[in-house]
Design a protein around this ligand. Structure first.
Ligand code: HEC
Length: 260
């Protein structure tokens, strides 16, 4: 019985370790992100670089209206100092409720998309989750993460350079999207200068902003994993205590049976 169980568990794990993508038509590359796996956590420097890419490039069209500025100070996320976070917020404008605009502060949310057909990016890393594993068991999600940031990074680096015009609008061929998309290619080597000195290659920027968007969609990922781990330890302890209690409770009965 135990042998059988162990065997099927091993099969599931073996199946799970080959990245299987959902029935997405496009090509998604399996980038190795620091926050994957049961003990993965965010790389603070990478998230900060991702915020820089978002601010300097994506924010021209895309919003992040579910994310608050003060969450940029979260310890398990970007960990910005309070005054740095507030200075950053003050560079953004939000509606003041009177039809005008004012500088944003900590509790405010990022502005929404300024371009009508550019989707808000707050939950994009989850909306495009690509890794589910065989039969949607989610085993790949445990081992490789959900695949959303992989999709975003593949999307940003997946432009082929082909353009087509349709009804007066230009569309760009993209291998991750699996067809033509209305968003023009955004990243190219050396597009910006990273504050931390990292070389801003196309792939580096794509991964950094994808990691940042994963954080935006799931800011409590690290805490969630920690509590999951504590839960497993607790259950293991509880199981062994119950086993010992069970043995002890039945010991007199067993002794009696042996002696009779
Ligand atoms: C010039 C405006 C513009 C900029 C700048 C821009 N985007 Fe887009 N983006 C769009 C538009 C428009 C769409 C919708 C495309 C469509 O559905 O055909 C889009 C779609 C997307 C999608 C969704 C693709 C899908 O699967 O539906 C993602 C992800 C995305 N953008 C990420 C980014 C990131 C990250 C950046 C910054 C590096 C960025 N975009 C910069 C205009 C822009």
């Amino acid at each position: 019985m135990i042998k059988k169980l162990a065997l099927s568990a091993m099969t599931v794990l073996a199946l799970g370790s080959t990245p299987v993508l959902a029935a997405e038509s496009g090509h998604v590359h399996d980038f190795a992100f620091s926050f994957e796996g049961p003990f993965g956590s965010y790389d603070r420097a990478q998230l900060q670089r991702g915020l820089q890419v978002y601010t300097e490039v994506c924010a021209a069209c895309h919003g992040l209206d579910l994310v608050t500025f003060r969450s940029l100070s979260d310890e398990t996320g970007l960990g910005l100092e309070d005054d740095v976070m507030r200075a950053y917020a003050a560079t953004m404008e939000v509606p003041d409720g009177d039809g005008g605009y004012r500088a944003a502060s900590g509790p405010d949310h990022f502005p929404g998309s300024s371009m009508e057909n550019a989707p808000d990016l707050s939950m994009m890393a989850k909306a495009r989750a690509g890794f589910h594993g065989p039969y949607g068991l989610g085993i790949n999600q445990l081992l490789h993460g959900i695949g959303g940031p992989e999709y975003i990074a593949s999307f940003l680096t997946g432009f082929t350079g082909e353009e087509t015009e349709q009804g007066g609008a230009i569309f760009y061929e993209n291998t991750a999207f699996g067809g033509n998309v209305a968003m023009p290619p955004q990243l190219e080597d050396g597009l910006l200068e990273y504050a931390d000195g990292t070389e801003a290659t196309e792939e580096q920027m794509a991964q950094d902003v994808a990691a940042f968007l994963m954080w935006a969609a799931e800011p409590k990922l690290v805490e969630r994993k920690m509590w999951g781990f504590i839960g497993v330890i607790f259950l293991a302890l509880l199981a062994s205590l119950l086993y010992l209690t069970n043995k002890r409770l039945w010991a007199p009965v067993k002794d009696a049976a042996k002696n009779s």
